[in-house]
Design a protein around this ligand. Structure first.
Ligand SMILES: [Mn+2]
Length: 285
């Protein structure tokens, strides 16, 4: 009789919630394929494909207090979007672990800034791209500058990127000169995700981690519907392993860059499954 909406099993009110889902439908700086503003609702729709019971952790997501606040009205101006996202972080109760559904990757810097105000924060980024440009397309707020902006935020005590396989020469020089920790997808392919992940986390050496998943970190074979697809990426298993390892100490996560118009559903399904795994793993403790 009534159409389902919101993320599956997210039927709690904000004041009771341990987890809060927020849609950030912003794609104002998209540089190749736009449409990630449709991402949050595509992930929500895909989330209904899955059982509420997660056999990996032997718990039922319908018994976990999850709230879906819906989508923020972010418009198309990146400055406005950044300010609005910061207001959202300040508004969220500390008790609720946020899961942000993008939207393009430029949603991550204001989230990291807001969460860093609540305590020193390490940011772990999964991405094909270094995103270390000073500016791109005439704006410093571009999704191609996301990691550069994250690194500039106050309270970011540590940073690492995994899945890297694209950037301009200046970005790689900037990373090298600044001692910025990044791991290529080739490294993951050759040494395995466990080894790379442990090295990255050990070097970060921090208690509070924010996990930002740009879906283009994953190989286009598994996640084709992204703004800037790059072959030779991580597998779905690699990313699942990252979620499993990081969730217990994570203070939040985002999944960004899903462009549903280029999907046959598999990218949205993977995004939804990763979000559900994050919640289940964290709830397991
Ligand atoms: Mn990227």
């Amino acid at each position: 009789m009534f159409q389902r909406c919101g993320f599956a099993d997210a039927d709690a009110d904000l004041q009771d919630a341990g987890y809060v889902v927020v849609g950030l439908p912003f794609d104002g700086t998209a540089s190749f394929r736009s449409g990630s503003r449709e991402g949050p609702d595509a992930i929500r729709l895909a989330s209904f494909n899955f059982e509420s019971y997660d056999y990996n952790y032997d718990l039922d997501l319908s018994e976990i207090a999850i709230c879906d606040l819906g989508n923020m009205d972010l418009g198309a101006d990146p400055v406005y979007a950044e300010e609005t996202i910061k207001e959202c972080i300040a508004f969220l109760p500390d008790r609720a672990v946020p899961i942000f559904l993008g939207g393009e990757h430029s949603i991550a810097p204001p989230i990291a800034e807001g969460l860093a105000q609540k305590g020193s924060l390490g940011v772990l980024v999964l991405d094909a791209h270094l995103d270390l440009r000073e500016s791109f397309g005439n704006t410093r707020y571009s999704h191609a500058c996301a990691s550069r902006r994250i690194l500039e935020k106050k309270g970011i005590g540590a940073y690492a990127a995994i899945g890297i396989r694209s950037g301009c020469k200046e970005e790689f020089s900037f990373a090298k000169e600044g001692g910025i920790s990044y791991h290529s997808s080739r490294e993951v392919h050759e040494r395995g995700i466990e080894d790379v992940l442990e090295r990255a986390i050990e070097k970060m050496n921090c208690e509070r981690i924010y996990l930002s998943i740009d879906l283009d970190a994953i190989d286009p074979a598994f996640a084709p519907a992204v703004g800037n697809p790059e072959p030779f990426g991580l597998s779905s298993w690699d990313v699942s392993r990252v979620v499993e390892r990081v969730a217990p100490q994570a203070v939040g996560m985002d999944i960004n860059e899903l462009t549903p118009a280029y999907d046959h559903g598999q990218t949205a399904l993977l995004a939804a499954r990763l979000a559900r795994q994050f919640i289940a793993r964290k709830a397991k403790g």
